[in-house]
Every structure is written in structure tokens, then in C-alpha cells.
Design a binder for this molecule. Structure first.
Ligand code: SF4
Length: 464
């Protein structure tokens, strides 16, 4: 049976009790966290790891070694949810071997499905939404101590929960993901996020800056500020441009990125800050979703094609050399060939450096699912449009990258590449470069000459 989305707010169970410390603490506390979905979820997993560490849990890399297994999920597309359901099934053999293991499903899919998830997947012990991570460890301990039964729901959305005071534990990567904003006040008709993450809430600049300083002290050369519409951030008199400026000026910060902005909130103040602060990377993600005004209106994106193009021109005139990326949905209900051509035309006009292209995936409970069934685009047509757009984007991206060949750029080394003896890093414009190098270079900057491209990836050689 389907689960209505709005009442989730009311049926959450809060287990925290200041007076009652709960049952004696189990001795073995090893947590394994597996993350699906976007950067927000990676950031959330790190918050969860921090909250669990406060209760004595240590992270492990192998679910077979864990006392607590957390699957942190995404609900943005049906495909993502199906993968998670498959994974929950796979993990059941561990629960059969060690019945004391607690399996928690967290994140957007947990919030969306709520009790349905308990009914569908026998073997899930806790279903916890994005505002419940502070209490997760306590509930796990109560289950393990026998104080409460398995099958706990932690689904209360909390307008004040920003996880201030929880120190994220970052175990991978060279960029520290720092969530500055949670939730979203928009209602794009295809998007499940506002229903599973609630309204926008912003952290105080003091708390963000303290986390940035701590990340720098831990050795991170780069920080990425995260929010669902990160550039609508505001707290007291501080807007996003001001927050970005302050973060960029924290001693030791070498690169700052942010994602994901909303085109409507790209202010001149923000662009001036990006242009003026050397640490802010000349890179901007501008999710357009469609190039057709008819579709943009149906999606309730709140800008027109013309307004979007004006934003692009404004960005490029103020930040020379800026790299632009985007998200596009093809096959939104009612999309005609003319609408699709408008999107392809916009891609040709803007020539994005990178693009994340998707086929429309109806999410139960979102307004788009209530559009007339006859207007839904069939899979064959949407699949064809998607592959046409991918081909177009790849051609454009290859041309852009070919023009960059011969140039020398600074790359932050991230990890080993697939080819032995090669390392992978990113330019300030967020381009992936593969070049010969050593594992010990991870986290350091190297000067690289761009010598060839596979299309999506640049190939470099070290410049001494
Ligand atoms: S702005 Fe639109 S697409 Fe982005 S999270 Fe909010 S509702 Fe979803």
C-alpha cells in the first residue's frame, strides 16, 4: 500500500530521553555505513558517523565485521530505490549468521517509504529519516539492550535540526563536505526532496566556519559547501555570498566549491565573490532541467529559458573561464519533440562543460505524477531523447576539452586512477585529469600539462 507523504511529520518516534540514560551499553560497537545518492547523503553519512562516534561506535569498512549496518538511501529515482531494496536483501545473510546485528535504513527513501519499508523488507530494524541521525545510536543501543523491539520508526522532520554540535567523521576524499543548509522551500513538480527533507533550514555562519576550520586542521585542502539550493542560504544578515567569502578567507582553505545552486539565486553579489576570492573555484552548477518554457512552467522551476540564458551570460561575463555544468530531465510528462528540441538547442547554445542527463522518473506523491496519464512520454521515446542528448553533450564536451589541450593547470590529486601507475585529480574548474603519479600525492596539488582527452576525461603529464 502506498504511504502518504505529508503525515510522516506526525508519525515519527522520538526515543531521546534526558532523564533515562537507557540500558547498559553493549561492549562491541562497530558501525558500517553504506551511502547511496548525492553529496548531501555523503555529508549525512559523515554526520551519522560523528553522532555514532559520540556513543562509542567506531567505523568499519566491512559489513560482516559490524554490529550496526546503516544503509543511507536516496529516493530521487525509482532505480536508486530498487538498488537499495536489492542491497537490503543481500545483507540478510549477515543477520541470519549474527542475529544480534542491527540493520538501519536511513535517508530519503527511508523517510519516503516509512513503515512500508518495514513491511516490505523483513530484516530492517530501524527506518530513520534525515532529521533523526542524532538519536540513531541511542535507539540502536536500546534495541541491542532489549529495551525496545526491532522495527523502530524515526521519521520526525524537525525544523530546527541542523546537526550543530555533531562533528562529522570524514574518512575518504580530499574535499570536506560541509552541509550549510538542509531541506528545500521550492516545489519543483518532479522532486521528492521537499517532502522527505522538509523546508529549508540554514546553519549559523559561526557553526559553518568552525567546521571549516576543523576540516582544514584535519588536513583537508578543499571544502564543498552543501545545500539543496545552497545559494538561497541566509542566516540573520548573512547571505550565501557573504558566507562563501568568509569560508574562502579561512586560513588554510585552498579551494572552495559549493553545490547545488538554484539558478534564480545566482546574485551579482555571489558572482562578485566568486570572481574576487582566489580560493573559490571558477565552476558553477546551474541545473536547467529543460530548455522549453512549457516544460519549465510545468516543472515549476520559476525561470524561463530566456531568463536562464541571461543568467548564463551574466555568469560568464563576470567570471571569465568559468566552467558550467547542469542537470536535465528528458521525457517530462507532456514533452513534445519541439520541447525536446528546445532543450537540445539550449545545450548547443550554452555548451556546458559537464551535464547530468536523466530520464523522468515519476516519484509517488509528487505533483508530476498527477499530470494526465495520456501525457506521460513512453519509455522508448524518452530513451531515444536521452541518448540523443548524451551524444550531443559528449560531442560538446570533447570539443571543449580539445581546446584546453596544451595548457598547464593545477590539479588536486584525489586517488589512484584505474590505469596502474596513474593518479586522478581535479582542476579548479572541476575537470577530471588522469596523469602518471604516486599514491603519496593524494591531497596535494600538482602542475599538469593537458596532453589528450578521452572526451570526458583529460589526460595530463607532470610539469616539474
Ligand atoms: S529546488 Fe526543486 S529540484 Fe531542487 S531540491 Fe528543491 S524541489 Fe527539488
Amino acid at each position: 500500500m502506498s504511504t502518504p507523504l505529508v503525515p510522516l511529520r506526525r508519525r515519527g518516534v522520538r526515543m531521546r530521553s534526558e532523564q533515562d540514560p537507557g540500558p547498559p551499553v553493549p561492549v562491541s560497537r562497530r558501525a558500517y555505513i553504506e551511502t547511496y545518492g548525492c553529496q548531501m547523503n555523503i555529508g549525512d553519512s559523515e554526520i551519522m558517523a560523528g553522532a555514532l562516534a559520540d556513543r562509542g561506535y567506531v567505523n568499519v569498512d566491512d559489513p560482516a565485521q559490524a554490529d550496526l549496518i546503516v544503509v543511507n538511501t536516496c529516493a530521487i529515482r525509482d532505480h536508486a530505490e530498487q538498488r537499495v531494496l536489492g542491497r537490503i536483501g543481500q545483507l540478510q545473510h549477515l543477520r541470519r549468521e549474527r542475529p544480534d546485528i542491527v540493520l538501519a535504513v536511513t535517508g530519503c527513501m527511508a523517510q519516503r517509504l516509512g513503515p512500508d519499508l518495514l513491511e516490505r523488507s523483513t530484516g530492517v530494524d530501524i527506518v530513520a529519516g534525515p532529521d533523526s541521525y542524532r538519536n540513531l545510536g541511542e535507539v540502536v543501543d536500546r534495541i541491542r539492550g532489549g529495551a525496545v523491539a526491532r522495527g523502530q520508526l524515526l521519521l520526525e522532520l524537525d525544523d530546527d535540526e541542523n546537526y550543530d554540535g555533531v562533528s562529522s567523521i570524514r574518512r575518504t576524499g580530499v574535499s570536506a563536505w560541509i552541509t550549510v543548509q538542509r531541506g528545500c522551500d521550492h516545489r519543483c513538480t518532479f522532486c521528492i526532496v521537499p517532502y522527505v527533507r522538509g523546508p529549508e533550514k540554514n546553519r549559523s555562519p559561526e557553526s559553518v566556519l568552525a567546521e571549516v576550520r576543523s576540516a582544514v586542521d584535519s588536513g583537508f585542502p578543499e571544502v564543498t559547501l552543501l545545500g539543496q539550493t545552497v545559494n538561497s542560504y541566509h542566516h540573520g544578515t548573512t547571505d550565501f555570498a557573504e558566507l562563501l567569502r568568509q569560508v574562502a578567507r579561512v586560513e588554510g582553505v585552498q579551494r572552495v566549491r559549493f553545490t547545488s545552486p538554484h539558478p534564480n539565486d545566482v546574485s551579482d553579489r555571489l558572482l562578485d565573490t566568486m570572481a574576487a576570492e582566489p580560493a573559490v573555484c571558477p565552476q558553477l552548477h546551474l541545473p536547467v532541467q529543460s530548455g522549453s518554457n512549457r516544460m519549465l512552467k510545468r516543472m515549476v522551476r520559476r525561470y524561463t529559458r530566456e531568463e536562464f540564458l541571461e543568467i548564463v551570460d551574466r555568469v560568464r561575463s563576470r567570471i571569465p573561464g568559468v566552467a558550467l555544468s547542469t542537470d536535465v530531465i528528458v521525457g517530462f510528462p507532456g514533452e513534445t519533440e519541439q520541447d525536446f528540441e528546445q532543450t537540445a538547442g539550449l545545450m548547443r547554445r550554452v555548451r556546458f562543460d559537464d551535464a547530468f542527463l536523466y530520464r523522468f522518473s515519476p516519484r509517488e506523491g509528487t505533483p508530476a505524477t498527477r499530470l494526465p496519464a495520456a501525457e506521460f512520454v513512453d519509455q522508448k521515446t524518452s530513451g531515444r531523447r536521452l541518448s540523443e542528448l548524451i551524444t550531443l553533450h559528449r560531442e560538446i564536451q570533447r570539443e571543449i576539452h580539445e581546446r584546453e589541450l596544451g595548457g598547464i593547470t593545477e590539479v588536486l590529486v584525489e586517488h589512484s586512477a584505474r590505469t596502474e601507475g596513474d593518479m586522478l585529480g581535479r582542476t579548479a574548474t572541476n575537470k577530471v585529469v588522469v596523469f602518471p603519479g604516486e599514491e603519496s600525492w593524494v591531497g596535494s596539488f600538482r602542475r599538469v600539462r593537458l596532453v589528450s582527452t578521452t572526451g570526458a576525461t583529460l589526460i595530463g603529464e607532470l610539469v616539474q
